[in-house]
Design a protein. Structure first.
Length: 145
């Protein structure tokens, strides 16, 4: 009965009731999604050209603090994230807001055609730009032939 009364009150007040399952999911603004993709692509390009300093410049301050310098950073990427260091292909999936941050999944394939998902945590900087604040890498099922 209480829900019925609440529904009538909402209807009478002109407010539409939208079930949670139909509520719009949060989205990343198109300009932010584009800027985030540009940062990740620029970092991947820096890896492709073995430009450690440039690749390191796209890392958030916290990541820079952990690695200390560009040489340590690129060394870690080479060892721990070879598909990120040299992807054969890159496809950006739908970015998801996470508070003030954005989670950007990227489908990558390695030189042997194996599929990976690199999940970047993107951090907005004081000036409004975006930097990478970590990357989790997972192997996906399947292989590109």
């Amino acid at each position: 009965m209480r829900n019925f009364v609440l529904s009538l009150l909402l209807l009478a007040s002109g407010m539409a009731f939208v079930p949670l399952s139909l509520a719009q999911e949060p989205v990343v603004a198109p300009a932010d999604a584009k800027a985030i993709e540009q940062v990740i692509r620029a970092q991947l390009d820096a890896f492709a050209h073995d430009d450690a300093d440039k690749a390191f410049s796209y890392a958030a301050p916290g990541i820079r603090g952990v690695f200390g310098n560009a040489a340590n950073f690129i060394s870690m990427v080479k060892r721990g994230y070879p598909v990120v260091y040299r992807p054969a292909s890159v496809i950006f999936l739908k970015a998801v807001p996470d508070g003030d941050a954005v989670i950007q999944p990227v489908r990558m394939t390695d030189g042997e055609g194996r599929i990976w998902i690199a999940v970047y945590l993107m951090e907005r900087q004081a000036g409004g730009g975006w930097l990478t604040n970590g990357c989790q890498l997972g192997r996906s099922e399947g292989q590109v032939t």
